[in-house]
Design a protein around this ligand. Sequence first.
Ligand code: SAM
Ligand code: SF4
Length: 337
Amino acid sequence: MTDPLIDPFRRRISYLRVSVTDRCDMRCLYCMAEDMVFLPRSEVLSLEELERLCKGFIATGVRRLRITGGEPLLRRGIDDFLSALGSWIGRAEGPGLDELTLTTNGSQLALHADALAAAGIKRINVSLDTLDPARFSTITRTGKLQATLDGITAARESGLAVRVNTVAMREVNEDEFDDLIAWCGAIGADLCLIETMPMGEVGENRVDRYLPLSLVRSRLAHRWTLEETRYETGGPARYVHVRETGRRLGFITPMTHGFCESCNRVRMTCTGKLYLCLGHEDYVDLKQVLRSGTDETRLIEAIRAAIGIKPKGHEFDLVSTSGTAGNPARHMSITGG
Ligand code: SAM
Ligand code: SF4
């Protein structure tokens, strides 16, 4: 029952990302179109069903869970859901979790930070692309910078380690990375820069916004002492240590360096679709398996069978906008980043 999950390319799958909702209170330029249409609520699994699926993955050897969205903290009942999953952390024997984490835009974080810490979450990722209120409104279309800043403060006060996630966008926030590094250093957070990925139609040409992080890193090296580190979290980020701030700076570079060879993760949507790769449209419908009256053994067999078709890697192509060439038509908010 607890044999490791190994995919056809001999990668051990130990990390599941679960999107608990596709809904969001922001409409970030790179993530969604302004008039984004969300899934009908009837298609979305209940939190009990999502928990059952998560338990199936834990039983097959998944050791790390990241809860994401859409905006996960908008889902009603999320605190109890996290608490139930958190009860799997650190079990001495048999299946269990090494870690439960969350990615959030921070808008509701001040309300939930204590509950996250009580659930056993130790670190979270908070998305923040700028420290300028007007620019924040432009990038997120509907977000308020202060709410996210308050959320980060509350998280730090609750004892949660925070990594700030910043999508690097040409001519949008490329002049702010120095400030973000300094600010994260001052508040005791790590920072991670992310290359924009061509996922779903967002109403503009992504080539105009794409900024290779290899270029950003060489620019940053003029001002900061970036020291190599072996630190890793099991995710796709590669880190350096910033000597002047004492904090880590991560780079997620799906476009300039494929991060597929060491991929250890799969992603589940709030409708129970299991995507084996961020960059492919193929999925396995676990909702159907779950709702066909299946017992746990069958569910586990279905999960194992799904891992058996995980592709080797993505084929992202920035020139085509969506749904063609190697780019998936679905948005990041469906699969959950
Ligand atoms: N709403 C939450 C948030 O913003 O943190 C969680 C979901 S969001 C889809 C997860 C992460 O994906 C965020 O850090 C966001 O910046 C990133 N993201 C969304 N669309 C992206 C894209 N097209 N390319 C790169 N990163 C993207
Ligand atoms: Fe919402 Fe996160 Fe997508 Fe922004 S990146 S629109 S906050 S899901």
